[in-house]
Design a protein around this ligand. Sequence first.
Ligand code: F6R
Length: 255
Amino acid sequence: MEIVIKETYEEMSQLAAQLIAEIIRRKPRAVIGLATGSTPLGTYRELIRIHKDEGLDFSQVVSFNLDEYVGLPNDNEQSYHYFMWENLFKHINIVPANVHIPDGVAAELKEACDNYEIEIDDHGGIDVQLLGIGRNGHIAFNEPGSSLGSRTKIKTLTEKTRQDNARFFDSIDEVPKYCVTMGIGTILEARKLVLLANGENKAEAIQAALEGPITVSVPASAVQFHPDVTVIMDKAAASKLTRQYHTEPSHLNRQ
Ligand code: F6R
């Protein structure tokens, strides 16, 4: 596992975008796994900039998002569909048919979850999966207690996560109680993981995930199983780590 600590959120975001851009340049048909929430916003801004200023081409890129709320139509401003189009897709040249986001309003949710797994497989698997982390150590919407081998499924959101996400809604009552999320098993099959964290409120979860035991109580600790993980964070998120880490990923050091 490669752990990189940057001074600021902007530097963290630039590095994450650079890693993803490199993968797309090497493999124009790359399959990229994307996350929502506050954490990746800077990365998306930077990817948009690289697309506009440096011509990064998304025309063959395929994307799979981690999760979606159950019951919010795609045009609801709080849905992850809306979030992704607003914050990334509408600013780049990705082909809409190549965008995949779990369907939280499918008539047959369970079947839609199974089909999501099949679609990922049909595209040859995910080349790079971007991840954030919840204060309770969740990845995607795999809350504490989620099986480390789980696949795309319907989950109940914890109160903590609903409270954290209430900032995007008018009131906590509007935060959906259920979601569809890739499972931890699904995430671990991506060829590369890039886990991002910023801010002091993530420091405890990051310490537990990276330096603690692998446990269902901290779903993000499952990334320790993965052979190719880059964790990029700002100083605040890294403030509770006890070991010494780098400020650049090793492949950039070698350049
Ligand atoms: C969203 C997702 C979640 C978030 C996590 C952190 O697609 O996968 O696990 O990454 O809840 O959210 P923020 O970035 O808003 O702190």
